[in-house]
Design a protein around this ligand. Structure first.
Ligand code: ADP
Ligand code: ZN
Ligand code: ZN
Length: 701
C-alpha cells in the first residue's frame, strides 16, 4: 500500500459572509501540491461548499498565530476541480483588493463573482462541461477561422480619431500604462476608437474586456463588435444570461478562448489570462456601482485591474464623472479628446423654455406648452421623430382627494403609491406592493379622487390627445418587462413606425436613433434642489445624453433641437447645457465640491442601518458613532450624526444612515478596518436591528 501523500495547511476562501465574523480564508489540510487558485470542495459547518485555494498569506486578513487551529484539528479539503486551470495570481489580487477596499470577506466576494453554476459542480461534471465546450469549439473552428480585418472593413479615421488612437496605442506600448479618459461627444466616434484599440490588442494575441453600464446596451455593442470582428470569439457576461450560458461564457474567457468579453459591471471580475485592454464605456454611469452585497464600483476596479495587469484602461464618456475628470486635470489619467461629431453632425440647438413666461390658466396643463406642441407638430408634418423625456414612470406620482386631503400613501413606506392607469393599480416603487385603485376616497368617500402630477404614462396619453394622428409610443421599465419587448419597441422606432417616443432615462442612453430631430425634457428641475450632491451631475449627463439622441444624422443636424422646460433658465447647469459646455459645468461643480469638501476632494463612507423600529436603527448608529469616537484612528475624520434616509421607511423597515468623511482614502480605509469589527459586535447586541451595511464611495447620499 502506498503512503498517503504528504499534506500541509491550506488556506481556502469560502463563502462565509463577513458578519459571521470569519473574514479571511479558512485553514484546511490539503495535499502539498495544491495550487492557489484551484477550486476545491470543503466542509463548512456541516455543509459541503465550494472553496477557492488561496495564497499562504493574504495580507492583513490572517488570524493571529494563537487563534489558528493546530494542524491536527484541521479538516481535510475534499475533491479538487483541477481540470480547470487555476484562477491567476492577478485575479486573486484583484479580488483581495476589492474585498479589502469595500470591506467584505475575500471568500464571499471571490465566490460571488464566479458563475453560480460553477459552485455546484463536482470534478466529473466539470470535466463533462469542459469536454462539451471543446467539442463546440472544434465544430466552430472547422467553419469560421477568423478573417483578418482589412481596411475595407472599417471607416478611415478622421484626423482627430487618428490622434486619439495613436495616443491609446502609445499607452498600450508602455511598461505600466496610465489610464486614459476618452472624452468625446455622443457620435464623435468613441466606439470606433474602442474597436481599433481592441483590434490592436487582438493582433498581439491578447484578450479585450469591454464594460457597458446597462444590460440593454450589450446587444447593440455586441452587434457592432461582432460585425467588425467576424469569426472572432466574442462572449457577453451579464445577469440576463441563463446560468448555463453564464458558465459557458465565463469558461470561454477563463480558458483564454474568448477574445472579446463584453459585459456589465460583474464582468470586471471575468477571469482573462491574456487581458490586454479594458474599455469602460459611459464611465460616468451610476450603474457601474453595485448597490448591494459588496458595493463595488466596476469603473474603479477596472482602473485598479489595469494597474495590476499593466494594461491600458480606456474610460469613455461625453460627460465624465467628476472623479475621473479631476484625475485627468491632475494628470493621473491621460485625457484624449474628440470634439467633433462624425460626418459634420451637430449637437442640437438647446432652447431653454422659461416656464415663468407661460400664461397660466386654471385647469390648463402647462407641461405640454403650446410652443412645445407646435414644435412637435412641425416634426410630424416633416415626417421626423421626436423624443419626449420625463424621468418618472407611471401615470401620476400620487392620487389625491381634495375634499379631505387624502393621498395614496404606501402603508409600508414613507412614500406615495404611484397611480398606474393601464391596469388601474396603485403601486409602490419602493417596496413593490400593489393595490387596486379605490372607487372613492378611502377616507371620506368622495368619488372624485384625482391624479396629481404626471408620469410617462400620462404624458403619452396627453400627447396622443393633443396631436391626433401622431403615433406615440412609450418606453420605460413598465413597457419593457417582457423579455425581448425593449428590442421590438426600439426596432419600431428605428423603422420609423413611431412619431413621438416618450420615455424615461432608459431611452436617453446609448441608442443610435437616426430620425430624431427634437428632444424635449419636460420637467427636469427636480434634481437642481436634491439633497444628493451628485444629482446635478447626473442631470447634466442625462440631458447631454438625451440631447445626443438628436441630430446623429448629419442631413438633419441643422434642424435638430433640444427643448428644456424649466422654471430656472438662468441656472448655471442649464446655461452650460445650452452651450454644450461640459468643461464649464465640471469646473463650476468642482469648485462647489471643493468648497464644501465633497468628493473628489474628500472620501466618504456611508453606514446604513435598518430596523423594526426607528429606535433600533438609530440607536445602533449612535452606538456605532460612540465606538468610532473612542478610536484614535477617527481623529481628523468627520463623523456626521445618524439621520433618517431620504425615504425613511421601506417595507416597514426604518432606515437610518451615517456619513463618514475623510481627507484621504488611506485614512478612511484604516479607520474602517478598525471600526467595522466593533459594528459586527454591536449588531449582535442591538435588538430589532435587521440589517446594516457599509458603502465605501457611496454614489447616492
Ligand atoms: P460615439 O461612440 O462617440 O457615440 P460612434 O463611434 O458610435 O460614436 O460613431 C458615431 C457614428 O459614426 C457611428 O455610426 C459610426 O459607425 C460612425 N463613424 C465613426 N467613425 C467614423 C469614421 N471615421 N468615418 C465614418 N463614420 C464613422
Ligand atoms: Zn377624501
Ligand atoms: Zn411601499
Amino acid at each position: 500500500m502506498s503512503e498517503a501523500p504528504p499534506s500541509r495547511r491550506v488556506r481556502v476562501a469560502v463563502e462565509a459572509p463577513q458578519h459571521s465574523g470569519l473574514t479571511g480564508p479558512l485553514d484546511y489540510l490539503g495535499p502539498q501540491d495544491l495550487t492557489p487558485g484551484t477550486l476545491v470542495h470543503v466542509t463548512l459547518g456541516r455543509r459541503d461548499v465550494m472553496g477557492l485555494v488561496w495564497d499562504d498569506l493574504a495580507e492583513g486578513q490572517d488570524l493571529p498565530e494563537d487563534e489558528r487551529l493546530p494542524e491536527s484539528e484541521l479538516r481535510p479539503v475534499g475533491e479538487a476541480l483541477d481540470a480547470l486551470p487555476p484562477l491567476s495570481d492577478r485575479w486573486r489580487r484583484l479580488v483581495e483588493f476589492a474585498a479589502s477596499y469595500y470591506q467584505r470577506s475575500i471568500g464571499e466576494l471571490a465566490l460571488a463573482v464566479l458563475p453560480p453554476q460553477l459552485r455546484d459542480l463536482d470534478a466529473k461534471q466539470l470535466q463533462a462541461r469542459l469536454k462539451k465546450l471543446d467539442k463546440a469549439d472544434a465544430a466552430a473552428a472547422t467553419q469560421a477561422a477568423a478573417a483578418p480585418i482589412t481596411p475595407a472593413d472599417r471607416p478611415a479615421l478622421t484626423a482627430q480619431q487618428q490622434a486619439a488612437l495613436d495616443a491609446v496605442l502609445e499607452l498600450a506600448g508602455r511598461e505600466a500604462p496610465q489610464p486614459a479618459l476618452l472624452w468625446g461627444l455622443t457620435g464623435s466616434g468613441k466606439t470606433e476608437i474602442y474597436l481599433r484599440a481592441a483590434e490592436a490588442a487582438l493582433e498581439r494575441g491578447q484578450q479585450v474586456l469591454v464594460l457597458v453600464p446597462e444590460i440593454n446596451l450589450t446587444p447593440q455593442l455586441e452587434a457592432r463588435f461582432a460585425e467588425r470582428f467576424a469569426g472572432h470569439a466574442i462572449v457577453s457576461l451579464h445577469s440576463g444570461l441563463t446560468p448555463a450560458q453564464r458558465l459557458r461564457h465565463w469558461l470561454a474567457a477563463h480558458l483564454g478562448r474568448a477574445q472579446l468579453v463584453l459585459g456589465t459591471r460583474l464582468a470586471v471580475f471575468a477571469s482573462m489570462p491574456r487581458l490586454g485592454l479594458i474599455v469602460v464605456d459611459e464611465e460616468h454611469d451610476p450603474s457601474y456601482k453595485q448597490q448591494d452585497g459588496a458595493r463595488y464600483s466596476a469603473r474603479d476596479l477596472a482602473v485598479y485591474r489595469g494597474h495590476l495587469e499593466k494594461v491600458p484602461v480606456l474610460l469613455g464618456s461625453a460627460t465624465p464623472s467628476l472623479e475621473s475628470w479631476q484625475h485627468a486635470l491632475g494628470g493621473r489619467y491621460r485625457r484624449i479628446d474628440l470634439t467633433e461629431r462624425i460626418g459634420g453632425g451637430a449637437l442640437p440647438r438647446v432652447r431653454l423654455f422659461d416656464m415663468n413666461r407661460l400664461e397660466r390658466k386654471k385647469g390648463v396643463t402647462t407641461t405640454l406648452s403650446v410652443p412645445l406642441l407646435d414644435a412637435l407638430r412641425k416634426r410630424l408634418d416633416r415626417g421626423e421623430q421626436s423624443l419626449v423625456f420625463l424621468n418618472r414612470r407611471g401615470y401620476a406620482p400620487v392620487l389625491h382627494c381634495d375634499q379631505c386631503n387624502w393621498k395614496s400613501d404606501c402603508p409600508h413606506c414613507s412614500a406615495h403609491q404611484v397611480f398606474h392607469k393601464e391596469d388601474r393599480t396603485l403601486r409602490c416603487h419602493h417596496c413593490g406592493v400593489s393595490a387596486r385603485v379605490p372607487r372613492a376616497c378611502p377616507s371620506c368617500g368622495n368619488p372624485d379622487i384625482a391624479p396629481l402630477g404626471r408620469g410617462t404614462e400620462r404624458l403619452e396619453e396627453q400627447l396622443a390627445l393633443a396631436l391626433p394622428g401622431a403615433r406615440v409610443a412609450r418606453i420605460d421599465a413598465d413597457t419593457t418587462k417582457l423579455k425581448g419587448s425593449l428590442e421590438s419597441q426600439l426596432a419600431a422606432v428605428h423603422e420609423g413606425d413611431v412619431d413621438i417616443l416618450v420615455g424615461t432615462q432608459m431611452v436617453a442612453k446609448g441608442h443610435d436613433f437616426r430620425r430624431i430631430t427634437l428632444v424635449a425634457a419636460v420637467n427636469p428641475d427636480g434634481a437642481l434642489f436634491s439633497s444628493d450632491f451628485r444629482a446635478p451631475e447626473r442631470l447634466f449627463s442625462l440631458l447631454m445624453q438625451a440631447g445626443g439622441r438628436a441630430g446623429r444624422d448629419a442631413a438633419q443636424a441643422a434642424a435638430s433641437e433640444m427643448w428644456v422646460q424649466t422654471w430656472y433658465p438662468e441656472h448655471a447647469l442649464y446655461q452650460s447645457l445650452q452651450k454644450h459646455d461640459y468643461e464649464a459645468f465640471a469646473s463650476s461643480q468642482l469648485h462647489e465640491r471643493m468648497s464644501a469638501n465633497l468628493p473628489p476632494f474628500a472620501h466618504l463612507a456611508l453606514v446604513r442601518a435598518e430596523g423594526r423600529s426607528v429606535e433600533a436603527a438609530r440607536d445602533f448608529l449612535t452606538a456605532a458613532q460612540e465606538a468610532a469616537q473612542a478610536l484614535p484612528l477617527s481623529l481628523g475624520l468627520l463623523l456626521y450624526p445618524p439621520v433618517p434616509m431620504a425615504v425613511a421607511r421601506v417595507a416597514d423597515s426604518e432606515r437610518f444612515q451615517m456619513l463618514i468623511e475623510a481627507g484621504s482614502r488611506a485614512q478612511l480605509q484604516r479607520f474602517l478596518r478598525a471600526w467595522l469589527p466593533e459594528l459586527h459586535a454591536l449588531k449582535r447586541r442591538q435588538k430589532g436591528l435587521t440589517r446594516w451595511a457599509v458603502d465605501v464611495d457611496p454614489l447616492a447620499i
